[in-house]
Structures are given as C-alpha cells and as structure tokens.
Design a protein around this ligand. Structure first.
Ligand code: ATP
Ligand code: MG
Length: 164
C-alpha cells in the first residue's frame, strides 16, 4: 500500500464482513507479541460486524497503535481502543497516556513528512504514518481527528461510514 496508489485511486476498496471483536483483538495480540510491555485494552459497543476493507482499516490500526507505543513513556505503555456505532458511522478511538502533542503542532501532524522532534522518534521516524492514515480514512469516505494534552496523552478518532 502506498500514497501513490491511494492518490491515483489505483487501489480498489475490497469490502467484506469484518467481525470487529476478532479484528481488534487480532491487532492487540500482534502488538502484545511485538511489545510485551504494551498494555492494550478495548471496548466494543453496540456493533458486531462492519462491512469494510480490512487491509485499509488494518493499515490505519497499524500506524495508530505503533504511534501510541512509540510516543508513550517507557514505564507507561498503555492504549485503550474503543469502537462504537454512532448514528451512521463506526467510530474508532485510540486513547494513549503518552507524551501528548503541543497545541501548536496539532494542525501539522497529518502533513506528509511532518514529525515533531523528540527523544522518542530519533531513529526510523519518517513522518508519514499519520498522513497515510488521513489519506486512507478519506479514501474510505471517513476522517481522522485528534485531541491531545501535552504530557497527558492523545486521542485519535477514526470515523468511517457504516454502510450495510
Ligand atoms: P512514521 O510514522 O513515518 O514512522 P512518525 O511516527 O514520526 O513517523 P507520524 O506517525 O505521521 O510520523 O506522526 C507525526 C508526529 O506526530 C510524530 O513525529 C509525533 O511527534 C507525533 N505523534 C503521532 N502520534 C502521537 C501520539 N500518539 N502521541 C504523541 N505524539 C504523537
Ligand atoms: Mg508514526
């Protein structure tokens, strides 16, 4: 999956019935194996299956979960994933207790190659993850937003239309 593919609309959305519980716990398991000190919890409200493209949605999950780990203090790697059916949307919220994002930077973080210099992203940080998530969410007729409090944590919300 690449930016070019999305921007050229050269990938097809391949929707299928996705069991949200299996989907979310699958990613949780993967990350628990990758990062044994990662404390991930989840809650799914009033929805069981979501007709969506699991590869595209999975790519958003991958990036947001990776960021939550990367931008949290070594002794406090914690993430809460919430899924809820709200009106005509499925809303995924990723809440971490990490380093947070300065208010002045919020408008920038979804830009390509934009990264905030900090001790947590010294190696291998490109600044593409969130820009890619935004493109993917928009491509699926949804969006992604963020609320954050410096030194408290961040909350990323992905909203996708619930089409049956
Ligand atoms: P890449 O994802 O390409 O490896 P990256 O993580 O630096 O690099 P993005 O995922 O696009 O890039 O994030 C942009 C910037 O936003 C990061 O450099 C980081 O400073 C900040 N950021 C992203 N997620 C969080 C988070 N959960 N908590 C605090 N800061 C975050
Ligand atoms: Mg990232």
């Amino acid at each position: 999956l690449s930016f070019t593919q999305i921007e050229n609309r050269s990938i097809n959305i391949k929707r299928k019935e996705v069991n949200l519980e299996e989907f979310v716990t699958g990613y949780m398991e993967t990350f628990r194996i990758k990062y044994p000190d990662f404390n991930i919890h989840y809650q799914i409200d009033n929805v069981y299956n979501f007709y969506t493209d699991p590869i595209l949605l999975g790519s958003i999950f991958q990036n947001l979960i990776e960021n939550a780990y990367k931008y949290s203090h070594p002794q406090h790697k914690e993430l809460f994933i919430r899924v809820i059916h709200e009106k005509r949307d499925i809303v995924f919220t990723f809440i971490d207790k990490g380093i947070g994002i300065p208010k002045s930077e919020i408008k920038n973080i979804f830009k390509k190659f934009y990264r905030i210099e900090n001790k947590y992203n010294q190696n291998g940080s490109v600044g593409l993850g969130l820009a890619f998530c935004k493109e993917l969410a928009n491509f699926m007729n949804g969006d992604i937003t963020v609320k954050s409090e410096l030194n408290q944590g961040s909350e990323f919300t992905v909203t996708l239309p619930y089409e049956i």
